[in-house]
Design a protein around this ligand. Structure first.
Ligand code: NAD
Ligand code: DAU
Length: 331
């Protein structure tokens, strides 16, 4: 297949591109605007005969149409992805996550292309710490932040284009990813790179908030599985049973870098901070026979710490500006 991957210079998109080129015969074109979150160096050293990069905006119909005409399937990762930024300036989230997705759906309709939409568990809102339930495909939508509400809106657009226009689309909602190539604004890379620079990790609020961690390669294998075997019009939740609270993750990072367990600071909490996410991925496992390969978060985190230690030239150019922005917000 000739795959078009939007947002392929970002964290999860670039991991997906590496995964596809390594594990399949598909060729890949990345369409990416290279916002502050995109980095072409995440796509270094890929095979030239199977990989192409196109600089452009998913909201630009001329660029999008030409690419859809020339590809078999589209995997749509491009988004404004950071909750904190969406609290500061929501507008780009509406432009890219809503209008950008609309533009892609119109092209999928026009050219009859297979479309897979990448979404998030945050569309379901949050859970209490002691709630025995986890999110499933039938949990009602209840997003909290400007980011998650635009992702929820984009999911609903996809569903409408399937039902109204027969677009051959699937949706996946995944939990928090970790791994290489993640921007230093995000929780795990921020804390690793803080420690590598001799700064203390920063925990929002009490640090009791829980996230359900999955390695980016497991997300990629799940997306490929859905692309190949998913039922058109269906939604699949992707998760690897990786619930951890933020304080425990910070302590694991400190231990991994040889620092005392209490060498972190509590800082101002995020407005509207979701308490807990937790995914029940039974449907994906039972209907499409998918299993995660990174069972052990501790090992995956150690690999991720080693990657940031070995790749300072990848993240250092972003670090000062990111921390300056956080400092201005008391975080
Ligand atoms: P990211 O911020 O690291 O990357 C986003 C990429 O999209 C960047 O390369 C950026 O340049 C590009 N982009 C942004 N606006 C664009 C536009 N208008 N046109 C073209 N390209 C544009 O994001 P990520 O963490 O890799 O997330 C990728 C997708 O996965 C998003 O849709 C996000 O909602 C979803 N998701 C993320 C997670 C997570 O843990 N990070 C979990 C579940 C779902
Ligand atoms: O659940 C999937 C979502 O996971 C994706 O849809 C988003 O694109 C992705 O960014 C992520 O959202 P979160 O808001 O959960 O991720 P973030 O890395 O920003 O924060 C993870 C947790 O860590 C959250 O509870 C906030 C907390 N945090 C974050 C930062 C940056 C801190 O305690 N300190 C920090 O410095």
């Amino acid at each position: 297949m000739k795959l078009l991957v939007t947002g392929g210079a970002g964290f999860i998109g670039s991991n997906f591109v590496h995964y596809v080129l390594k594990n399949t015969d598909h060729s890949v074109t990345v369409l990416d605007k290279l916002t502050y979150a995109g980095n072409v160096h995440s796509l270094d050293a890929l095979p030239e005969d199977r990989f192409r990069f196109v600089l452009g905006d998913i909201g630009d119909p001329a660029v999008v149409d030409a690419l859809f005409a020339d590809h078999d399937a589209v995997v749509h990762y491009a988004a404004e992805s950071h909750n904190d930024n969406s609290l500061d300036d929501p507008r780009p989230f509406l432009d890219t996550n809503i209008v950008g997705t609309f533009t892609l759906l119109e092209a999928a309709r026009k050219y009859g292309r297979r479309f897979h939409h990448i979404s998030t568990d945050e569309v379901y809102g949050d859970l209490e710490l002691d709630d025995p339930q986890r999110f499933t495909e039938s949990t009602p939508y209840n997003p909290s932040s400007p980011y998650s509400s635009t992702k929820a809106g984009s999911d609903l657009l996809v569903r409408a284009w399937v039902r109204s226009f027969g677009v051959r689309a699937t949706i996946s909602n995944c939990s928090n990813n970790y791994g290489p190539y993640q921007h230093v604004e995000k929780f795990i890379p921020r804390q690793i790179t803080n420690v590598l620079r001799g700064e203390r990790p920063k925990l929002y609020g009490s640090g009791e908030n829980v996230r359900d961690w999955i390695h980016a390669d497991d997300h990629s294998s799940a997306v490929l599985t859905i692309l190949e075997k998913g039922v058109i019009g269906d939604t699949y939740l992707i998760g690897a049973d990786g619930e951890k609270n933020n304080k425990d993750v910070v302590e694991m990072i400190l231990a991994g870098l040889g620092q005392p367990a209490d060498a972190y600071d509590h800082v101002v909490d995020r407005a509207g901070h979701d308490l807990r996410y937790a995914i029940d991925s039974t449907k994906l496992r039972s209907e499409l026979d998918w299993r995660p390969q990174f069972g052990d978060f501790q090992t995956g985190l150690a690999d991720t710490i080693a990657w940031y230690r070995d790749n300072e030239s990848w993240w250092a150019p972003q670090k000062d500006a990111t921390e300056a922005r956080y400092r201005a917000q008391g975080q």
